[in-house]
Design a protein around this ligand. Sequence first.
Ligand code: NAP
Length: 227
Amino acid sequence: MKKIVITGASRGIGFFLANRLQDEGFHVIGIARNFSSNINFEKLDCDVASFGEVASTFSSFKKDKSIYGLINCAGVLHTKPVFSLTENEIKETINTNFLGTIHCCKNIIRPLLANGTGRIINFSSIAATSAFSGDCIYSASKAAIEVFSKSFAKELSGKAITVNCVAPGVMKTDMTKALTDEQFEALIAKQIIQNSASFEDIFNSINFLLSSQSNMITGESFHIGGV
Ligand code: NAP
């Protein structure tokens, strides 16, 4: 059974994907800091912002011939003007979103190379392209993930390991619960398709990127909803 490691699996989009991928026949290994007790996939507690914790958690995958994919879904958002952001909020955003993605990519690559194939899918956002006011650091962290992913895809050329991004528009989760209805609708209005994607819409693009149908697709970002 192919194993998929997914970060941010305790809540929101990552939790939905972890359950959906397990139902689809993958063995899911979910990663987050605070899991509830009723989880029906394998779970590992890990702070992706910590280089050491990720290295130690991922060391158990080194000799695992079934590791096939990594989905970097863990993320944080602090919506505020730059002048109001605290040092901790700035660092948490960069350390979780951007460095967390790098830490996990760095530590999954040896098992994927040893197994001869694999998939890496990193979560960006349409904020990476639209550059939302009030989300400057978040938008920059997601843009950095997209450039990193394209470069990493090139570094892995010829290795049968693809690296792509899924970049959703705004969706209702804990991350966006502080938005008023007006703010939510204003973000939807920036998309080409002016609806909020469902979790199932996100799963469909992830499932495609994990499948053999996407063998020739790498270094790309899929903007869900369109920008
Ligand atoms: P969410 O509901 O707030 O969930 C965030 C997840 O990330 C949780 O499972 C959380 O788990 C995990 N996480 C945060 N910091 C972590 C850390 N340091 N180490 C390990 N896990 C950590 O967010 P969401 O809306 O599902 O977002 C999922 C992804 O989609 C994010 O990358 C986000 O940027 C992206 N996205 C979301 C939207 C949206 O509108 N919701 C739009 C575009 C892109 P713990 O707290 O248990 O650690």
